[in-house]
Design a protein around this ligand. Structure first.
Ligand SMILES: Cc1cc2nc3c(=O)[nH]c(=O)nc-3n(C[C@H](O)[C@H](O)[C@H](O)COP(=O)(O)OP(=O)(O)OC[C@H]3O[C@@H](n4cnc5c(N)ncnc54)[C@H](O)[C@@H]3O)c2cc1C
Length: 432
Protein backbone atom coordinates (compact mmCIF):
# COMPACT_ATOMS: atom_id res chain seq x y z
CA UNK A 1 0.00 0.00 0.00
CA UNK A 2 2.59 2.55 -1.05
CA UNK A 3 1.32 6.03 -1.83
CA UNK A 4 1.40 7.20 -5.43
CA UNK A 5 4.44 9.27 -6.38
CA UNK A 6 2.49 12.17 -7.85
CA UNK A 7 -0.77 13.80 -6.87
CA UNK A 8 -3.77 12.74 -8.97
CA UNK A 9 -5.28 15.52 -11.08
CA UNK A 10 -8.89 14.58 -10.38
CA UNK A 11 -10.49 12.98 -7.31
CA UNK A 12 -14.11 12.06 -6.60
CA UNK A 13 -15.13 12.21 -2.92
CA UNK A 14 -18.30 10.22 -2.18
CA UNK A 15 -20.21 11.71 0.78
CA UNK A 16 -20.47 15.32 1.95
CA UNK A 17 -20.60 14.87 5.72
CA UNK A 18 -17.81 16.09 8.03
CA UNK A 19 -15.39 13.50 6.63
CA UNK A 20 -16.16 14.14 2.95
CA UNK A 21 -16.25 17.95 2.97
CA UNK A 22 -12.99 18.07 4.95
CA UNK A 23 -11.37 15.67 2.48
CA UNK A 24 -12.62 17.71 -0.48
CA UNK A 25 -11.30 20.90 1.12
CA UNK A 26 -7.90 19.39 1.98
CA UNK A 27 -7.50 18.03 -1.55
CA UNK A 28 -8.59 21.34 -3.12
CA UNK A 29 -6.00 23.12 -0.94
CA UNK A 30 -3.38 20.85 -2.56
CA UNK A 31 -4.49 21.89 -6.06
CA UNK A 32 -6.48 18.73 -6.87
CA UNK A 33 -9.62 19.07 -9.01
CA UNK A 34 -12.27 17.61 -6.70
CA UNK A 35 -15.83 16.46 -7.33
CA UNK A 36 -17.78 16.04 -4.08
CA UNK A 37 -20.93 13.94 -4.45
CA UNK A 38 -23.83 13.39 -2.06
CA UNK A 39 -27.21 11.74 -2.43
CA UNK A 40 -28.76 14.40 -0.20
CA UNK A 41 -29.69 17.99 -1.09
CA UNK A 42 -26.75 19.67 0.67
CA UNK A 43 -23.61 19.16 2.74
CA UNK A 44 -23.82 17.77 6.27
CA UNK A 45 -27.35 16.41 5.95
CA UNK A 46 -26.54 12.84 7.00
CA UNK A 47 -25.15 11.92 10.42
CA UNK A 48 -23.28 15.23 10.56
CA UNK A 49 -26.60 17.12 10.71
CA UNK A 50 -27.44 17.30 14.42
CA UNK A 51 -24.82 15.47 16.46
CA UNK A 52 -23.82 16.28 20.04
CA UNK A 53 -21.43 19.00 18.86
CA UNK A 54 -18.54 17.97 21.10
CA UNK A 55 -14.94 18.32 19.92
CA UNK A 56 -13.65 16.01 22.59
CA UNK A 57 -9.96 15.17 22.21
CA UNK A 58 -9.88 14.32 25.92
CA UNK A 59 -12.59 11.64 25.44
CA UNK A 60 -11.44 9.51 22.54
CA UNK A 61 -11.68 6.09 24.18
CA UNK A 62 -13.82 3.63 22.20
CA UNK A 63 -17.22 2.62 23.52
CA UNK A 64 -16.33 -1.08 23.58
CA UNK A 65 -15.15 -1.84 27.11
CA UNK A 66 -15.59 -4.45 29.89
CA UNK A 67 -18.74 -2.79 31.28
CA UNK A 68 -20.69 -2.74 28.00
CA UNK A 69 -22.01 -6.37 27.87
CA UNK A 70 -23.34 -5.98 31.46
CA UNK A 71 -24.99 -2.66 30.69
CA UNK A 72 -26.69 -4.08 27.59
CA UNK A 73 -28.03 -7.00 29.70
CA UNK A 74 -29.11 -4.63 32.49
CA UNK A 75 -31.09 -2.47 30.06
CA UNK A 76 -32.53 -5.39 28.06
CA UNK A 77 -36.21 -4.79 27.22
CA UNK A 78 -36.24 -1.18 28.44
CA UNK A 79 -37.69 1.16 25.80
CA UNK A 80 -35.55 4.10 26.95
CA UNK A 81 -32.32 2.05 27.33
CA UNK A 82 -29.26 4.15 26.37
CA UNK A 83 -27.88 1.06 24.56
CA UNK A 84 -30.16 -1.26 22.63
CA UNK A 85 -29.57 -4.27 20.44
CA UNK A 86 -32.08 -5.17 17.74
CA UNK A 87 -30.94 -8.42 16.16
CA UNK A 88 -31.36 -8.57 12.38
CA UNK A 89 -31.12 -11.37 9.86
CA UNK A 90 -27.95 -9.69 8.65
CA UNK A 91 -24.57 -11.46 8.76
CA UNK A 92 -22.82 -8.06 8.72
CA UNK A 93 -24.53 -7.16 12.01
CA UNK A 94 -23.45 -10.43 13.62
CA UNK A 95 -19.87 -10.16 12.39
CA UNK A 96 -19.75 -6.59 13.70
CA UNK A 97 -21.21 -7.62 17.07
CA UNK A 98 -18.76 -10.49 17.44
CA UNK A 99 -15.83 -8.19 16.81
CA UNK A 100 -17.30 -5.50 19.06
CA UNK A 101 -17.65 -8.03 21.90
CA UNK A 102 -14.06 -9.16 21.36
CA UNK A 103 -13.03 -5.51 21.91
CA UNK A 104 -14.87 -5.25 25.25
CA UNK A 105 -11.60 -5.47 27.19
CA UNK A 106 -9.71 -2.77 29.06
CA UNK A 107 -6.52 -3.48 27.10
CA UNK A 108 -8.36 -3.20 23.74
CA UNK A 109 -9.88 0.11 24.78
CA UNK A 110 -6.51 1.48 25.91
CA UNK A 111 -4.83 0.40 22.69
CA UNK A 112 -7.04 2.78 20.65
CA UNK A 113 -6.62 5.89 22.82
CA UNK A 114 -3.20 6.89 21.45
CA UNK A 115 -4.04 6.69 17.72
CA UNK A 116 -7.45 8.39 18.22
CA UNK A 117 -5.86 11.15 20.29
CA UNK A 118 -3.28 11.87 17.59
CA UNK A 119 -6.13 12.27 15.09
CA UNK A 120 -8.09 14.49 17.48
CA UNK A 121 -5.11 16.78 18.03
CA UNK A 122 -4.51 16.97 14.29
CA UNK A 123 -8.21 17.88 13.91
CA UNK A 124 -7.80 20.72 16.40
CA UNK A 125 -4.83 22.03 14.44
CA UNK A 126 -6.63 21.74 11.10
CA UNK A 127 -9.79 23.48 12.38
CA UNK A 128 -7.61 26.40 13.50
CA UNK A 129 -5.87 26.44 10.09
CA UNK A 130 -9.21 26.37 8.22
CA UNK A 131 -10.41 29.40 10.18
CA UNK A 132 -7.26 31.32 9.20
CA UNK A 133 -7.51 30.24 5.55
CA UNK A 134 -11.13 31.38 5.39
CA UNK A 135 -10.18 34.80 6.76
CA UNK A 136 -7.38 35.06 4.18
CA UNK A 137 -9.92 34.21 1.48
CA UNK A 138 -12.15 37.06 2.73
CA UNK A 139 -14.75 34.66 4.18
CA UNK A 140 -15.67 33.53 7.70
CA UNK A 141 -15.82 29.97 8.97
CA UNK A 142 -18.62 30.34 11.50
CA UNK A 143 -19.90 27.16 13.10
CA UNK A 144 -20.78 28.47 16.55
CA UNK A 145 -17.57 27.12 18.03
CA UNK A 146 -17.25 27.42 21.80
CA UNK A 147 -13.93 26.87 23.52
CA UNK A 148 -15.14 26.64 27.09
CA UNK A 149 -14.13 23.04 27.69
CA UNK A 150 -16.13 19.87 28.32
CA UNK A 151 -17.21 18.87 31.83
CA UNK A 152 -18.06 15.23 32.52
CA UNK A 153 -20.34 14.94 35.52
CA UNK A 154 -20.82 11.80 37.62
CA UNK A 155 -23.56 10.83 40.05
CA UNK A 156 -21.47 8.10 41.60
CA UNK A 157 -18.13 8.80 43.31
CA UNK A 158 -16.82 5.31 42.52
CA UNK A 159 -17.48 5.80 38.78
CA UNK A 160 -15.78 9.19 38.95
CA UNK A 161 -12.68 7.54 40.46
CA UNK A 162 -12.70 4.85 37.75
CA UNK A 163 -13.03 7.46 35.01
CA UNK A 164 -10.19 9.47 36.49
CA UNK A 165 -7.98 6.36 36.43
CA UNK A 166 -9.01 5.64 32.82
CA UNK A 167 -8.18 9.21 31.83
CA UNK A 168 -4.67 8.98 33.32
CA UNK A 169 -2.98 7.82 30.08
CA UNK A 170 -4.43 10.87 28.29
CA UNK A 171 -2.98 13.15 30.95
CA UNK A 172 0.43 11.57 30.29
CA UNK A 173 -0.09 12.43 26.59
CA UNK A 174 -0.67 16.08 27.47
CA UNK A 175 -4.49 16.33 27.42
CA UNK A 176 -5.39 16.05 31.06
CA UNK A 177 -8.78 16.31 32.73
CA UNK A 178 -9.00 18.07 36.07
CA UNK A 179 -11.01 16.46 38.86
CA UNK A 180 -13.59 18.87 40.31
CA UNK A 181 -15.68 18.73 43.49
CA UNK A 182 -19.46 19.29 43.14
CA UNK A 183 -19.00 22.92 44.30
CA UNK A 184 -16.24 23.43 41.71
CA UNK A 185 -18.54 22.02 39.00
CA UNK A 186 -21.17 24.65 39.87
CA UNK A 187 -18.58 27.43 40.05
CA UNK A 188 -17.52 26.45 36.52
CA UNK A 189 -21.05 25.93 35.18
CA UNK A 190 -23.72 27.64 37.33
CA UNK A 191 -26.53 26.23 35.13
CA UNK A 192 -25.89 22.86 36.87
CA UNK A 193 -27.00 24.22 40.27
CA UNK A 194 -30.47 22.53 40.26
CA UNK A 195 -28.85 19.14 39.51
CA UNK A 196 -26.41 19.59 42.37
CA UNK A 197 -29.17 20.61 44.79
CA UNK A 198 -30.89 17.31 44.00
CA UNK A 199 -27.65 15.47 44.85
CA UNK A 200 -27.08 14.41 41.23
CA UNK A 201 -23.44 15.47 41.04
CA UNK A 202 -20.72 13.61 42.95
CA UNK A 203 -18.01 15.47 41.04
CA UNK A 204 -16.64 16.01 37.58
CA UNK A 205 -13.72 15.75 35.20
CA UNK A 206 -13.01 18.93 33.29
CA UNK A 207 -11.19 19.05 29.96
CA UNK A 208 -10.44 22.75 29.54
CA UNK A 209 -8.89 22.39 26.07
CA UNK A 210 -11.97 20.73 24.50
CA UNK A 211 -14.98 22.53 23.05
CA UNK A 212 -18.02 22.29 20.82
CA UNK A 213 -19.43 23.50 17.52
CA UNK A 214 -22.16 22.87 14.97
CA UNK A 215 -21.05 20.15 12.54
CA UNK A 216 -23.82 20.93 10.02
CA UNK A 217 -22.87 24.60 9.75
CA UNK A 218 -19.23 23.53 9.46
CA UNK A 219 -19.99 21.02 6.69
CA UNK A 220 -21.90 23.59 4.68
CA UNK A 221 -19.21 26.24 5.11
CA UNK A 222 -16.37 23.86 4.25
CA UNK A 223 -18.17 22.62 1.11
CA UNK A 224 -18.39 26.30 0.07
CA UNK A 225 -14.69 26.72 0.93
CA UNK A 226 -13.83 23.74 -1.27
CA UNK A 227 -15.93 25.23 -4.10
CA UNK A 228 -14.04 28.52 -3.75
CA UNK A 229 -10.89 26.51 -4.35
CA UNK A 230 -12.26 24.95 -7.52
CA UNK A 231 -14.18 21.89 -6.26
CA UNK A 232 -17.53 20.92 -7.76
CA UNK A 233 -20.35 19.78 -5.47
CA UNK A 234 -22.99 17.47 -6.92
CA UNK A 235 -25.98 17.26 -4.57
CA UNK A 236 -28.93 14.85 -4.97
CA UNK A 237 -26.62 12.42 -6.76
CA UNK A 238 -26.79 8.86 -5.50
CA UNK A 239 -23.65 6.84 -6.21
CA UNK A 240 -24.97 3.43 -7.25
CA UNK A 241 -21.62 1.70 -7.50
CA UNK A 242 -17.89 2.14 -7.77
CA UNK A 243 -16.86 1.23 -11.30
CA UNK A 244 -13.75 -0.92 -11.48
CA UNK A 245 -11.21 -1.42 -14.22
CA UNK A 246 -8.92 -4.27 -13.16
CA UNK A 247 -6.94 -3.15 -10.11
CA UNK A 248 -8.16 0.44 -10.44
CA UNK A 249 -11.38 2.29 -9.76
CA UNK A 250 -12.43 3.94 -12.98
CA UNK A 251 -15.03 6.17 -11.35
CA UNK A 252 -18.53 6.13 -9.91
CA UNK A 253 -21.93 5.48 -11.43
CA UNK A 254 -24.87 7.81 -10.75
CA UNK A 255 -28.21 8.21 -12.53
CA UNK A 256 -26.36 10.52 -14.95
CA UNK A 257 -23.93 7.79 -16.01
CA UNK A 258 -20.31 7.03 -15.18
CA UNK A 259 -18.08 9.79 -13.89
CA UNK A 260 -14.35 9.11 -14.09
CA UNK A 261 -11.47 10.31 -11.89
CA UNK A 262 -7.85 9.47 -11.12
CA UNK A 263 -8.78 8.49 -7.55
CA UNK A 264 -11.90 7.97 -5.42
CA UNK A 265 -12.32 8.61 -1.68
CA UNK A 266 -15.14 6.81 0.07
CA UNK A 267 -16.47 9.11 2.82
CA UNK A 268 -20.05 7.85 2.73
CA UNK A 269 -20.41 7.28 6.50
CA UNK A 270 -22.88 4.50 7.26
CA UNK A 271 -23.39 4.13 3.49
CA UNK A 272 -19.78 3.10 2.90
CA UNK A 273 -20.09 -0.67 3.30
CA UNK A 274 -22.90 -0.84 0.70
CA UNK A 275 -20.46 0.54 -1.90
CA UNK A 276 -17.60 -1.72 -0.80
CA UNK A 277 -19.64 -4.95 -0.68
CA UNK A 278 -19.88 -5.51 -4.48
CA UNK A 279 -16.06 -5.23 -4.64
CA UNK A 280 -15.74 -8.06 -2.11
CA UNK A 281 -14.36 -5.67 0.54
CA UNK A 282 -15.40 -5.57 4.20
CA UNK A 283 -14.87 -2.43 6.28
CA UNK A 284 -16.77 -3.59 9.41
CA UNK A 285 -18.51 -0.20 9.42
CA UNK A 286 -22.02 -0.74 10.80
CA UNK A 287 -24.67 1.82 11.82
CA UNK A 288 -25.34 2.65 15.47
CA UNK A 289 -28.39 4.87 15.70
CA UNK A 290 -28.45 7.90 17.99
CA UNK A 291 -30.90 10.69 18.80
CA UNK A 292 -30.67 14.39 19.48
CA UNK A 293 -32.99 17.17 20.54
CA UNK A 294 -32.35 20.85 19.76
CA UNK A 295 -34.28 23.70 21.39
CA UNK A 296 -33.93 27.41 22.08
CA UNK A 297 -31.37 27.92 24.87
CA UNK A 298 -33.02 29.22 28.06
CA UNK A 299 -32.12 32.88 28.38
CA UNK A 300 -29.73 33.80 31.17
CA UNK A 301 -29.17 30.31 32.59
CA UNK A 302 -28.14 28.06 29.70
CA UNK A 303 -24.92 26.07 30.14
CA UNK A 304 -21.91 27.59 28.39
CA UNK A 305 -19.59 24.66 29.07
CA UNK A 306 -20.35 21.51 27.04
CA UNK A 307 -21.53 18.74 29.39
CA UNK A 308 -21.23 14.96 29.30
CA UNK A 309 -23.65 13.49 31.84
CA UNK A 310 -22.29 10.03 32.58
CA UNK A 311 -25.37 8.92 34.55
CA UNK A 312 -27.97 10.04 32.01
CA UNK A 313 -25.75 9.08 29.05
CA UNK A 314 -26.26 12.34 27.18
CA UNK A 315 -24.00 15.15 25.97
CA UNK A 316 -25.21 18.76 25.91
CA UNK A 317 -23.78 21.61 23.83
CA UNK A 318 -24.76 25.26 23.48
CA UNK A 319 -24.71 26.09 19.78
CA UNK A 320 -25.37 29.77 19.15
CA UNK A 321 -28.66 30.38 20.92
CA UNK A 322 -29.71 26.73 20.75
CA UNK A 323 -29.15 23.92 23.20
CA UNK A 324 -28.60 20.43 21.91
CA UNK A 325 -28.67 17.15 23.82
CA UNK A 326 -27.65 13.89 22.17
CA UNK A 327 -27.52 10.27 23.24
CA UNK A 328 -28.84 6.73 22.69
CA UNK A 329 -27.14 3.91 20.85
CA UNK A 330 -29.06 1.25 18.97
CA UNK A 331 -27.45 -1.51 16.95
CA UNK A 332 -30.41 -2.32 14.75
CA UNK A 333 -29.59 -1.85 11.09
CA UNK A 334 -30.02 1.04 8.67
CA UNK A 335 -33.59 2.05 9.58
CA UNK A 336 -33.80 5.82 10.16
CA UNK A 337 -37.32 5.90 11.64
CA UNK A 338 -37.48 8.36 14.52
CA UNK A 339 -39.06 6.52 17.45
CA UNK A 340 -40.91 9.06 19.62
CA UNK A 341 -40.16 7.14 22.85
CA UNK A 342 -36.39 7.14 22.26
CA UNK A 343 -36.35 10.81 21.22
CA UNK A 344 -38.46 11.74 24.27
CA UNK A 345 -36.08 9.99 26.61
CA UNK A 346 -33.24 12.29 25.43
CA UNK A 347 -35.51 15.32 26.04
CA UNK A 348 -36.50 13.96 29.47
CA UNK A 349 -32.83 13.50 30.40
CA UNK A 350 -32.04 17.05 29.28
CA UNK A 351 -34.94 18.47 31.28
CA UNK A 352 -34.04 16.50 34.38
CA UNK A 353 -30.44 17.79 34.15
CA UNK A 354 -31.43 21.36 33.25
CA UNK A 355 -35.03 21.96 34.48
CA UNK A 356 -34.82 25.46 32.97
CA UNK A 357 -35.23 23.84 29.49
CA UNK A 358 -38.76 22.65 30.36
CA UNK A 359 -40.60 25.74 29.04
CA UNK A 360 -38.92 25.35 25.59
CA UNK A 361 -39.94 21.70 25.28
CA UNK A 362 -42.72 22.54 22.82
CA UNK A 363 -40.17 24.06 20.42
CA UNK A 364 -37.84 21.05 20.50
CA UNK A 365 -36.63 19.56 17.20
CA UNK A 366 -35.98 15.83 17.31
CA UNK A 367 -33.53 14.04 15.05
CA UNK A 368 -31.85 10.67 14.68
CA UNK A 369 -28.76 9.62 12.74
CA UNK A 370 -26.58 6.58 12.10
CA UNK A 371 -23.10 6.64 13.57
CA UNK A 372 -20.79 4.84 11.10
CA UNK A 373 -19.16 2.59 13.72
CA UNK A 374 -16.27 0.18 13.58
CA UNK A 375 -16.02 -2.45 16.34
CA UNK A 376 -12.80 -0.95 17.75
CA UNK A 377 -13.86 2.71 17.82
CA UNK A 378 -11.32 4.05 15.31
CA UNK A 379 -12.10 5.13 11.74
CA UNK A 380 -11.02 3.37 8.56
CA UNK A 381 -8.51 5.58 6.78
CA UNK A 382 -6.17 5.31 3.84
CA UNK A 383 -5.57 3.04 0.87
CA UNK A 384 -7.73 0.00 0.14
CA UNK A 385 -6.14 -3.33 -0.82
CA UNK A 386 -6.52 -4.57 -4.41
CA UNK A 387 -7.33 -1.12 -5.81
CA UNK A 388 -4.47 1.29 -6.37
CA UNK A 389 -6.58 4.47 -6.38
CA UNK A 390 -9.35 3.83 -3.82
CA UNK A 391 -9.13 5.47 -0.38
CA UNK A 392 -11.27 5.42 2.76
CA UNK A 393 -12.18 8.19 5.16
CA UNK A 394 -15.09 6.69 7.04
CA UNK A 395 -16.18 4.77 10.14
CA UNK A 396 -15.68 7.56 12.71
CA UNK A 397 -18.54 6.26 14.86
CA UNK A 398 -19.08 8.37 17.97
CA UNK A 399 -16.16 10.66 17.17
CA UNK A 400 -16.60 11.96 13.63
CA UNK A 401 -16.62 15.62 14.61
CA UNK A 402 -13.64 15.17 16.93
CA UNK A 403 -11.56 13.20 14.40
CA UNK A 404 -12.92 14.32 11.01
CA UNK A 405 -10.66 17.15 9.87
CA UNK A 406 -7.46 15.39 11.01
CA UNK A 407 -8.53 12.22 9.18
CA UNK A 408 -9.12 14.26 6.02
CA UNK A 409 -5.73 15.98 6.24
CA UNK A 410 -3.87 12.68 6.64
CA UNK A 411 -5.81 10.95 3.83
CA UNK A 412 -5.33 13.93 1.48
CA UNK A 413 -1.57 13.92 2.18
CA UNK A 414 -1.40 10.20 1.40
CA UNK A 415 -3.35 10.61 -1.86
CA UNK A 416 -1.08 13.46 -2.95
CA UNK A 417 2.08 11.44 -2.32
CA UNK A 418 3.33 13.32 0.73
CA UNK A 419 3.91 11.74 4.13
CA UNK A 420 0.70 11.78 6.23
CA UNK A 421 0.99 13.83 9.44
CA UNK A 422 0.56 10.64 11.48
CA UNK A 423 0.95 6.89 11.13
CA UNK A 424 -2.13 5.61 9.29
CA UNK A 425 -1.50 1.89 9.88
CA UNK A 426 -3.69 1.70 13.07
CA UNK A 427 -6.60 2.84 10.85
CA UNK A 428 -6.06 0.42 7.97
CA UNK A 429 -9.10 -1.40 6.54
CA UNK A 430 -7.06 -4.61 6.82
CA UNK A 431 -6.79 -4.48 10.62
CA UNK A 432 -9.94 -6.52 11.37
C1 LIG B 1 -26.67 11.31 18.23
C2 LIG B 1 -25.24 11.50 17.78
C3 LIG B 1 -24.39 12.31 18.53
C4 LIG B 1 -23.06 12.47 18.14
N1 LIG B 1 -22.27 13.32 18.86
C5 LIG B 1 -20.98 13.51 18.48
C6 LIG B 1 -20.16 14.41 19.19
O1 LIG B 1 -20.60 15.08 20.13
N2 LIG B 1 -18.85 14.52 18.82
C7 LIG B 1 -18.34 13.79 17.78
O2 LIG B 1 -17.13 13.91 17.52
N3 LIG B 1 -19.12 12.96 17.04
C8 LIG B 1 -20.42 12.81 17.37
N4 LIG B 1 -21.22 11.95 16.65
C9 LIG B 1 -20.63 11.21 15.53
C10 LIG B 1 -20.53 12.06 14.27
O3 LIG B 1 -21.71 12.81 14.07
C11 LIG B 1 -20.30 11.12 13.06
O4 LIG B 1 -19.18 10.32 13.30
C12 LIG B 1 -20.05 11.94 11.80
O5 LIG B 1 -21.15 12.79 11.53
C13 LIG B 1 -19.81 11.04 10.60
O6 LIG B 1 -19.52 11.87 9.51
P1 LIG B 1 -19.39 11.26 8.07
O7 LIG B 1 -19.03 12.37 7.18
O8 LIG B 1 -18.50 10.06 8.11
O9 LIG B 1 -20.85 10.68 7.77
P2 LIG B 1 -22.16 11.48 7.28
O10 LIG B 1 -22.28 12.79 7.94
O11 LIG B 1 -23.31 10.54 7.40
O12 LIG B 1 -21.85 11.75 5.76
C14 LIG B 1 -21.88 10.71 4.81
C15 LIG B 1 -22.58 11.26 3.60
O13 LIG B 1 -22.50 10.29 2.55
C16 LIG B 1 -23.67 10.34 1.81
N5 LIG B 1 -23.81 9.07 1.10
C17 LIG B 1 -23.89 7.83 1.62
N6 LIG B 1 -24.00 6.91 0.67
C18 LIG B 1 -23.99 7.59 -0.51
C19 LIG B 1 -24.11 7.20 -1.87
N7 LIG B 1 -24.24 5.92 -2.23
N8 LIG B 1 -24.08 8.17 -2.83
C20 LIG B 1 -23.96 9.47 -2.48
N9 LIG B 1 -23.86 9.89 -1.22
C21 LIG B 1 -23.87 8.96 -0.24
C22 LIG B 1 -24.76 10.60 2.84
O14 LIG B 1 -25.90 11.23 2.25
C23 LIG B 1 -24.05 11.52 3.84
O15 LIG B 1 -24.33 12.88 3.62
C24 LIG B 1 -22.57 11.79 17.00
C25 LIG B 1 -23.43 11.00 16.23
C26 LIG B 1 -24.76 10.86 16.60
C27 LIG B 1 -25.68 10.03 15.75
Amino acid sequence: MTPPQTAPETVIVVGAGIAGVSTAYELALRGVKVTLIDQRGGAGEGTSYANGGQLSACEVAPWAGPEIPWLVLKWLGRDDAPFRLRPKMDPEQWLWLMRFLMRCRTSARRERIGPNLELALLTRARLGAYEEEFVQAGAALDYQRKEKGILRIFRDAHELGEAEREAAPLARMGVGQERLTPAECIALEPALAPAMQRGDIAGGLYAASDGSGDAHLFSRALAEGAKRRGATFLANADVRRLVTDGARIRGVETAEGIMEADAVVLAAGAGSQALLRPLGLRSYIYPVKGYSVTLPAPEGNAPEVSITDEARKIVVSHLGGRLRAAGQAEVGGYDLTLEPGRAKSVMDSLESLFPQTGPSRGAAEYWCGLRPMTPDGSPVLGAVPRFSNLYMNSGHGTLGWTLGAGSAAAVAALICGSAPQLNLSPFSISRF
